[in-house]
Design a binder for this molecule. Structure first.
Ligand SMILES: NC(=O)c1ccc[n+]([C@@H]2O[C@H](COP(=O)([O-])OP(=O)(O)OC[C@H]3O[C@@H](n4cnc5c(N)ncnc54)[C@H](OP(=O)(O)O)[C@@H]3O)[C@@H](O)[C@H]2O)c1
Length: 287
């Protein structure tokens, strides 16, 4: 199968490209080769194509605090232009050429309040509380309300072994500890980190079994950033005493508000036989 990937130069997309190309024929569409999803004419390559069956779309403005600064510009700001209008352009290109779309979305669509005991499920009601999340959810809505055959794969706190262009939270903490720097870690936030290699396995399964709909493609352990930092220090024999506790209110003061409890339930993807690692297992794999 031939697949177009948009956003394949980023933290998640670059690893997915590497892994999926072992099985699929991957063509990366990037700003460096002229594809800008905010400019629909650059998506003609998708519209006019009849060889690729699938578009994997990860392109986004992902800087949560940068997106928040775009809020006052509303639909004229980059966050909306890229995440919402850009996705709408991708949807139209897929519709015009009869392609299935896989859209990578986020745990941030949930508000983190009154989180179900078993974690947010695919049918839980989103309620974004910052601008990045708002734009990602609006993009989900555009896809869901279109005539497309689609998969929305919500991921959370993705991490991988290495990627020089951008640090994920695991490497950010690990590098600070290795350099003998203090780490301030939030205690009153719950996240569900996702090992990026597992996302590739999950997408392969979703493609192979021709699924559609929403899937939580997230790890199998929810924990606070503080507990994650301690596990990172233990796994890589780094100094735990450099880690101190902080709160969301303190850490994100003047920044975009973060949801409280983003425990996500991944039973639906596990039911397809995909093993999503716990955070401990992900760290083992990286080590
Ligand atoms: N990282 C996270 O913590 C996280 C958590 C949950 C969900 N996600 C979602 O996962 C996806 C990938 O995230 P990531 O962290 O890998 O992102 P990233 O490293 O910030 O990369 C963003 C990608 O989007 C592309 N892009 C941005 N604007 C574009 C435009 N106008 N036209 C075409 N391409 C454009 C970039 O291409 P260029 O380099 O060519 O500009 C790059 O490949 C995103 O959809 C994000 O919302 C991420």
């Amino acid at each position: 199968m031939k697949i177009f990937i948009i956003g394949g130069s980023g933290l998640v997309g670059a690893r997915l490209s590497e892994l999926l190309q072992e099985k699929y024929s991957i063509d990366n569409l990037n700003t460096s080769n002229g594809v800008d999803i905010t400019r629909p004419e650059t998506l003609d390559i998708i519209k006019k194509d009849s060889e690729h069956q699938l578009v994997l779309h990860l392109a986004a403005k992902t800087d949560v605090d940068g997106c928040e600064m775009d809020k006052e510009m509303g639909e004229n700001g980059d966050a909306w232009r890229v995440n919402v209008m850009g996705t709408e352009n991708v949807v139209n290109a897929c519709l015009a050429s009869n392609k299935k779309l896989i859209y990578i979305s986020t745990d941030f669509v949930f508000n983190g309040e009154n989180t179900p005991e078993s974690g947010y499920k695919e049918e839980s009601i989103p309620d974004p509380i910052n601008w990045y999340a708002e734009t990602k959810f609006k993009a989900e809505e555009i896809i869901r309300n279109s005539e497309l055959v689609f998969i929305i794969a919500r991921i959370a706190y993705p991490y991988r072994k290495e990627f020089v262009q951008k640090k994920d939270f695991v490497r950010a903490i690990k590098d600070r500890l290795a350099n003998n720097q203090q780490v301030l870690a939030v205690t009153d936030h719950i996240m569900t980190p996702t090992f990026i290699d597992d996302i590739a396995v999950a997408l392969d399964k979703l493609i192979e079994t021709d699924q559609s709909g929403i899937f939580h493609v997230t790890g199998s352990q929810s924990l606070s950033p503080y507990d994650a930092a301690i596990l990172i220090a233990e796994k890589f024999d780094l100094n735990k005493n450099l880690i101190s506790k902080t709160t969301r209110a303190e850490y994100f003061e003047d920044k975009a508000v973060r949801p409280l409890n983003l425990a996500l339930n991944n039973e639906k993807i596990k039911q397809l036989g995909v093993k999503m690692k716990t955070f401990r297992e992900g760290l083992d794999a990286i080590k």
